[in-house]
Ligand binder design. Sequence first.
Ligand SMILES: Nc1ccnc(=O)[nH]1
Length: 474
Amino acid sequence: MSASPTPPTIETRSIDYVPRAERRGKVWHQGPFWFTGNFVILTMLVGFTGPSMGLSVPWTVLAIVLGAGSGTFFMAFHANQGPRMGLPQMIQSRAQFGSRGAIIPFIATVFVYVGFMVFDTIIGTQGIQTVAPGGEFFWYPVLIVVSIVIAIVGHDLLHVVQRWLTYVLIVVFGIVTVLAIFVLPTAAGAPGLSAGWNTAAFFVQLSLAAGFNLSYSVYVSDYSRYLPENAPAGKLIGWTYAGAAGSAVWLMSLGAVLSSKIPNIDGIPALMQTGDLLFPGFGTVVVLVGSVALITIMGVNAYGAMLTGISAVDGFKRMRPTVALRVVSLTLVGLLALVVALAIPDNYLDSFNSFVTLMLYFLVPWTAVNLVDFYFVRHGRYAITEIFNPNGIYGRWAWRGLLSYAAGFIVAIPFFALPIYTGPVAHALGGADLSFVPAIIVSGGLYYLLTRNQDRTAEAAAIERSERELEGGR
Ligand SMILES: Nc1ccnc(=O)[nH]1
């Protein structure tokens, strides 16, 4: 909590509880952290969808505002769990799913983290290749190593880097946005010339924007768990929301403007071309700044994959949270990302959209169960020591959470829209994927009902014991 900035040292904690004596940081730091976290070139690509399907820019922006606005709503509420529980995001799920049952959302989450790392690596490399020689076999490992080193130093460094990048990004992309709207001409054959209203495009754009920001739910507490236990909930959620939704709306809308004016758009050349309207060379600056932001979010993804991977393994074999464990886990994450990045085909954008959609199917029921448990069932009170006890009160396979998760997943199937499968409802909506709506309602609602008759007297006693053990100084 002290105001003096201490230089970041290598973090020792991973999935373990952060004692109140170690709590620090400011609530407003969540704002810039999530602003930069979502201010990546991938986010801009989401905004290409509307215009490329014939939707005009104003309608596309509306779909983005509604989509990102609703997706971030769920994401931001996870922020409050960090300081209350002092734990990273995913391990908290043991209270709903059991120490082993939580493996299902854990696997989906690691898949998301590594997947985003791979996409970030590919785009970041394309950005750097605009000025530097060197192929994939050089730049992929370099980017991944840098991001892994940042993640090894850990939480405090990630916060500092993301915070300072915010200022740079606002200036540079502020200029690009003005250029895109007022200076960039609309090329012959550009989608913007014939765009108008298109119902399918509107809902596809809306659902992609929502899904994209919902995908950040699995990250949130990792970066709020060091905050003082009594950090004000409204401010904490508000800063998280403002950062993550603000950057999404801005960058996706910029993507919409660019893709309405440039035929057959590609992200990096579009930014180069627009930036160069200020003076030749500025486009390169824009792309490089964008690439730096990609490297740091890669660090964030690696960090989350490490925490979630350790949580998963620890459910089966107890792990001691040491620095060595963090370093080894992060190295494995980096190697995995490298192998996948080198193996994946280059026309990644199609696979990217399916990827965002697919992983959401596994994350949304988890978000619903996890949030309902925190806000409406346990009201933020957990026996933290029992979360780490494999024979503890939260169990190994907790049927209430697992059943609710499965139910939400299954009712969402008719709403799925994937290249290999389009459910009847998605078909009727012209390809839009609103599966997150039934998934949230059913998983969250069912979990609430199933926990009504749950006897939690043992938990109440365990909470007191846990509190004494962790903080009581017995
Ligand atoms: N959830 C995410 C969206 C975009 N980029 C990321 O790295 N992660």
